[in-house]
Design a protein around this ligand. Sequence first.
Ligand code: ACO
Length: 315
Amino acid sequence: MPPIPKNAVGARFTGWGRALPPKVLTNHDLEAMVETSDQWIRERTGIERRHVGGTTAGLSIQSGRLALAMANVDPLDIDALVLATTTPDRTVPATSATVQLGLGLKCGAFDVNAACSGFVYATVVAHGLIAMGSRKVLLIGTDTLSRVTDWDDRNTAVLFADGSGAAVLEATDGPGQLLAWDLDSDGSAEELLFCDIGGTIFMEGREVFRRAVRIMVDSAEKSMAVAGVGADDIALIVPHQANIRIISAACDRLGIPMARAAVCISETGNTSSASIPLALFDAADGGRVSPGDLVLLVGFGAGMTAASAVIRWGN
Ligand code: ACO
């Protein structure tokens, strides 16, 4: 992707929130549902438990409300709502319409579907809206994959879950947080990972794994090159939480130690569009990022999509 124009209006995250449904499904619970074991799931994926339940709109309203409160922004001052999701509550209207009503927003609202890369796509879109004159944008990544998971299929049932992460992005007079970004998509890989309307997710796990590492690394390297930064400059990498072995292999190839990775997969499983904001804001709430730190977001997902962004963390 080309560098961001020097005179583009910058933006910063000023508030964020996370939401997980209360119902927890442990690996031991899954042992009673499909032929698997807690040990296999931990060793092969890094997942120990996951949250399931709720609707995409309901979880989005929860995380969005927390983000608005933290940013101390009146819902009426939000200029646009961007909701990243692959599991809308209805085909029409976009789930962002329900979320808009629930949060009391009066602005344009739309969904973005880029599978598990969705939150990074939405982040870039939201920065673009600010460059076009918006002042405050609410962006949310939410998925309720439990509704499209075949709970009799051990290849996928052990992976997927539900959650939501939201952020308020506000225009700033000073330099913005986004230093560089990259969005990729390869439609020729569609048959490796898909869900038909009304159906459940089909995935060729081994091949998705193989490609995931490569496309995450490619995308991250493109963003880092445009930002003019190297692996040593990255204080925190926030990868899509699909499998701890994918995260570890990608970090290894990028030369970023796992100690600098934001990881919450053991508690959340793969929540698709929610995965990166859940990991990022978990790390931020845990004091793992300081003002001025460089944060690398990098996702991949069905499509197959990949996306990355280099962000300089603000106050
Ligand atoms: N429990 C126990 N055994 C299992 C399970 C399970 N849940 N699933 C598969 N196995 C078995 C297989 O049958 C196989 O047995 P065999 O050797 O007797 O044939 C063995 O375990 C190894 O199977 P693999 O498929 O090679 O296992 P792998 O190590 O590749 O792990 C996994 C499978 C976890 C699915 C992995 O391939 C993966 O994570 N792939 C990427 C998935 C991913 O990232 N998806 C998200 C995409 S993002 C989005 O848009 C939703």
